[in-house]
Ligand binder design. Structure first.
Ligand code: SAM
Length: 303
């Protein structure tokens, strides 16, 4: 599965004068040991297809190809990288396709006509990989979380896994258990839908140019059955409101759920049997589930 001789990534950067652009969060991983390590975390790729977010100069793309993937589609927004990525595509014998597009608008389902649509219980043939641009990481993760329960986009093929980089502080917010200082709406929404693992740290020194913050690689496997039996839009609105005043008791944020009828806040807590004096970080997933069920019921009664 080796690629034919190609200029090195450092030569590509010089050849095409590819300086990093801050507004596209361009912090490159040029050490192929690290990109290989990241790809190993995605599991055995020999029978898989991959969608890579933001290929940049292409080091992670090369590692994905070396891992023997059937095909990788790389989505890159910055046109300056396209010629060098096309060079790689031409050398890949059809295994790498580059798309000049914005990942937040890109139609992943249409980009993989060869990927089988598998039952949700089975492993998906598609995996999502990316050294994510930091400014896109949270909107993209939320978009993919919303797509999961309705089996849209990458999840139309089944339980596609995700191996992605995040700023370390965001990675902490995603993985934090209840009572952790970083517990957030992201922890609740992700852990409701996925088994998420912190795979390794990426100190700022490994990126070129060096960003101000450290990063980490996370691996997500969508759960066969989500933890809570509640619609995702209800969970999203409840966690957003209740986490709005992180340091205050949860009844303060819960008022945002009933702007027209604030007296319903006490019903919400009595129906869900949750102490309104708690802080949002303290709630377990099971308690979030009870809050959501009570909220959905109260909303229905209001209609
Ligand atoms: N994968 C390369 C690496 O590891 O060296 C580059 C990673 S760099 C952190 C993020 C890449 O995503 C950049 O190449 C940037 O141009 C690209 N990018 C930024 N926003 C994007 C978007 N909305 N859609 C697709 N690519 C984007």
């Amino acid at each position: 599965m080796r690629l034919p001789p190609l200029p090195t990534i450092t030569e590509i950067i010089k050849l095409y004068r590819l300086s990093a652009k801050a507004q596209l969060s361009q912090n490159f991983l040029l050490d192929m040991n690290l990109t290989d390590k990241m790809v190993r975390c995605a599991g055995d790729l020999s029978d898989k297809f991959a969608c890579e977010v933001g290929c940049g100069p292409g080091s992670l793309t090369r590692s994905i190809l070396h891992a023997g993937v059937k095909q990788v589609v790389g989505v890159e927004k910055d046109h300056r990288f396209i010629p060098s990525l096309e060079l790689l595509a031409n050398a890949s014998n059809g295994r790498f396709i580059v798309k000049h597009d914005d990942i937040l608008k890109f139609d992943i389902e249409a980009a993989f006509p060869l990927v089988q649509k598998r039952a949700w219980e089975d492993d998906s043939q598609l995996c999502l990989i990316g050294n994510l641009p930091f400014n896109v990481s949270i909107p993209l993760l939320l978009q993919w979380l919303r797509a999961m329960p309705i089996r849209h986009g990458p999840f139309s093929f089944g339980r596609s896994t995700m191996t992605l980089t995040f700023q370390k502080e965001v990675a902490e917010r995603i993985t934090a258990p209840p009572n952790h200082s970083q517990r957030s709406r992201l922890s609740v929404m992700v852990q409701h839908l996925c088994d998420v693992k912190w795979v390794f740290d990426l100190p700022s020194s490994v990126f070129v140019p060096r960003p101000k913050v450290n990063a980490a690689v996370l691996h997500f496997v969508p759960l066969v059955v989500p933890v809570l039996d509640v619609p995702f839009d209800i969970l999203e609105i409840v966690v957003k409101s209740v986490f709005n005043f992180r340091r205050k008791i949860i009844s303060k944020g819960a008022r945002l759920l009933f702007p027209e009828s604030p007296d319903l806040v006490s019903n919400l807590f009595s129906m869900s049997d949750i102490n309104p004096q708690l802080r949002a970080q303290q709630l377990t997933l099971e308690q979030w589930g009870r809050l959501c069920t009570a909220y959905a019921q109260l909303r229905k009664d209001l209609m």
